[in-house]
Design a binder for this molecule. Structure first.
Ligand code: FES
Length: 65
C-alpha cells in the first residue's frame, strides 16, 4: 500500500527508513523526501512511526527526538 504518492513510497519503504535510524517525520523527509512535498502523507508516516518496532524491540516513537 502506498503511503506517499508524491514519492511512490510504500509502508515497507517507510519502515525501512525508520529502521535505518530515521525516527521522526522530519528525519524521514530529509532522508528520502517522503512528507516533504504536499504533506498529505504526514499523518500516515506518524502512524507508522508509532507502530514500527526497530531491531532492538523498542518502538521507534519512543526514541524519536
Ligand atoms: S503524498 Fe507524501 S509528500 Fe505528498
Amino acid at each position: 500500500m502506498y503511503v506517499c504518492i508524491c514519492h511512490g513510497f510504500t509502508v515497507e519503504d517507510i519502515q525501512f527508513q525508520i529502521r535505518a535510524g530515521n525516527s521522526s517525520v522530519n528525519k524521514i523527509g530529509r532522508s528520502c523526501g517522503a512528507g516533504g512535498d504536499c504533506g498529505a502523507c504526514v499523518k500516515k508516516i506518524q502512524a507508522i512511526l508509532k507502530t514500527t518496532v526497530i531491531d532492538d524491540g523498542k518502538l521507534a516513537m519512543r526514541i524519536a527526538g
